[in-house]
Design a protein around this ligand. Structure first.
Ligand code: DON
Length: 587
């Protein structure tokens, strides 16, 4: 009996020690995490057919645009980091939307004030879409499978339909008025209520998109050309022009993706590669982690109020830099070398008072009576009452069996983008123009303030928060250990930072790293956001005692991550439990 008990003890102890490896299902082949089961399945199918991480990511991206049109789609744009195991090289593709040639700095301003809704709803908010060029370029340059194979899951999903989920309902409810303005969007994405008005469809309703299936089939057959200079281009321009928008055939013809060097940082011996401008996200990841390493060289204790305070203060300062310096690097000179230098990050860390919160206004004075770009500012997704489902944009993380990796974040911006569908094509157009500073200092849909560097100009890329990121193994700076990214507008960089810190500092398995409660600051509003289950009351009180004003939020973000154990090469994938995604892998 005694011996038995001892054996049980040994077994339990072994389980506890081995916990990180037990907490999620290990896969010996490739693994993927996305925000929708159909997209993860599409990605897995590509891996099973012998495709690589790029084939999987592109299949997922096209599928997500069909089954989660409130997040992303071929009328949007995004960023991707592609890591090739064989060469150890990582490339960045920027296929974000650009402002139409006819766009002007003050196009959303009247009598010195931003006209709410113009940059978020309808044809006036549409920027030149880049997703088709981006997804297909990724495939062409780095994929292995034929285009028709990779697009097939998306084509099938568009033709056969997908069922309305709670998330769909929340997004459609948030954008109901906007969707009702467009007859095509109304027909596709709403159903009639008891009063005969277009409304949020019931759970289980099948959303079929036959026009989109045809469009995707055209792309599978002919590549991106018809989208940028053929009949699809004409249809998009006709729809936008008819409503008084700016998109032209010349804009579409001139659209080009861009390549950049990845932005490099490090955290406790792990090399990090992330998205450079026109994303502000990667810089925030690099600066904040750099500051935390200096402030706590021996590692962070989990959710210690002292650590949380340092984290919040570092983030606050980084978001001030965002306002001051960041915009499209093709248009503004950003002092990147200085902003990422060790001296600068040390100064940033050194400027933090460990005892008390620095009021945001003392770092950079906010604009008086700034208002918002939204028609109804309480519509903002960060309203405390907003449901956790009300989040858009999407991220795909993949590592294949050979260790190639893709981090791809893609979006139509706000829920259902502009709510405009180009007639006869099924293409839902973005409202990415809202990511510009409609008027420097006026918050956008994410409550985000940006500055002069992010003002509107023809052909310019609006500043983004999207932060697809790769973290490498400590003893091998060319071996990917973690692929991570998230939606969440302004909260994207802090979500990515926290997932990385949870793994590197706490040794959490990827499932918990992604699922733990989150804490966020963004300079303005001057509040520390705490998500549901984020912090215990005593911790909250300790932070309040340091002068932080807490805002309790339901939840935000939808982190999608794949972790590859550097020792065993086993893969673990996690899709944020706040949402409806799935992580899958190969045995
Ligand atoms: O590029 C950006 O930063 C935004 N368009 C992303 C939007 C987003 O993540 C929405 N999530 N709530």
């Amino acid at each position: 009996m005694r011996t038995h008990q001892n054996w049980w003890g040994v077994a339990v102890a072994a389980l506890v020690v081995a916990w990180p490896a037990w907490a999620a299902r290990p896969y010996r082949g490739g693994a993927v995490a996305t925000a929708h089961p159909e997209a993860s399945e599409a990605a897995l199918r590509m891996l099973d057919k012998g495709g690589n991480a790029v084939d999987a990511a592109v299949a997922a991206a096209f599928t997500l645009g069909v089954v989660a049109p409130y997040h992303s789609g071929i009328g949007g744009g995004g960023f991707a980091l592609v890591h090739e195991a064989k060469t150890g090289g990582t490339r960045v593709l920027d296929f974000r939307e650009v402002a139409p040639a006819a766009a002007t700095r003050d196009m959303y301003v009247k009598d010195g004030k931003v006209v709410p809704g113009l940059s978020t709803d309808g044809v006036t908010s549409v920027a030149v879409p880049g997703a088709v060029a981006g997804y297909l370029e990724l495939l062409e340059k780095h994929g292995k499978l034929p285009r028709a194979v990779v697009l097939q899951p998306a084509i099938d999903a568009a033709r056969n339909g997908f069922w309305v989920s709670p998330k769909y309902q929340a997004m459609a409810a948030m954008r109901r008025d906007c969707l009702r303005q467009d007859p095509e969007a109304t027909r596709l994405f709403l159903t009639k209520n008891d009063k005969g008005e277009p409304d949020v469809p019931p759970i289980g309703h099948l959303v079929r998109q036959p026009e989109l299936a045809r469009t995707l089939q055209t792309l599978a057959k002919n590549g991106p050309k018809p989208f940028y200079s053929g009949p699809l281009a004409q249809a998009m321009v006709d729809t936008v022009k008819a409503g008084g928008g700016l998109l032209s055939l010349e804009d579409l013809k001139a659209y080009k993706t861009r390549t950049h060097e990845p932005l490099e940082g490090s955290y406790r011996g792990h090399r990090i590669l992330t998205m450079p401008p026109p994303s502000a996200g990667g810089l925030a990841v690099v600066q904040v982690l750099g500051a935390l390493e200096r402030l706590r060289p021996k590692g962070m204790s989990y959710r210690d109020p002292e650590d949380l305070h340092l984290y919040a203060e570092a983030v606050r300062r980084v978001y001030v830099d965002r306002v001051k310096y960041l915009g499209d690097p093709a248009f503004v000179k950003i002092p990147m070398e200085r902003l990422t230098s060790s001296g600068y990050i040390a100064d940033l860390a050194g400027s933090i008072d460990p005892k008390k919160a620095t009021p945001s206004a003392s770092l950079l004075a906010p604009r008086e009576n700034a208002g918002s770009t939204l028609k109804n500012p309480t519509d903002t997704w960060y309203d405390p009452a907003s449901a956790p489902e009300k989040k858009n944009t999407t991220h795909i993380s993949v590592i294949d069996k050979d260790g190639n990796a893709v981090a791809l974040t893609t979006t139509v911006n706000y829920g259902f983008g502009s709510c405009v569908v180009a007639k006869g094509t099924g293409v839902l157009l973005n409202d990415e123009m809202d990511d510009f500073a409609a008027l420097p200092g006026v918050p956008n849909a994410y409550g985000l303030v940006t500055g002069e560097a992010n003002s509107i100009a023809p052909g310019k890329v609006p500043l983004s928060s999207m932060s697809p990121t790769l973290v490498f193994a400590k003893d091998d700076p060319k071996k990917v250990m973690l692929v991570v990214g998230s939606p969440g507008g302004s909260t994207i960089p802090t979500t990515v930072i926290q997932v990385i810190s949870h793994i590197v500092d706490q040794g959490m398995d990827v499932t918990r790293a992604v699922g733990m409660g989150r804490v966020h600051h963004q300079y303005l509003p001057d509040e520390l956001w705490v998500d549901r289950w984020g912090l215990e009351p005593a911790t909250q009180a300790a932070l309040e005692a340091k002068g932080h004003k807490l805002r309790k939020q339901e939840a935000w973000g939808d982190a999608e991550a794949v972790y590859s154990d550097p020792k065993t090469n086993l893969r673990y994938a996690a899709s944020d439990p706040r949402n409806e995604g799935t992580a899958l892998g190969q045995d």
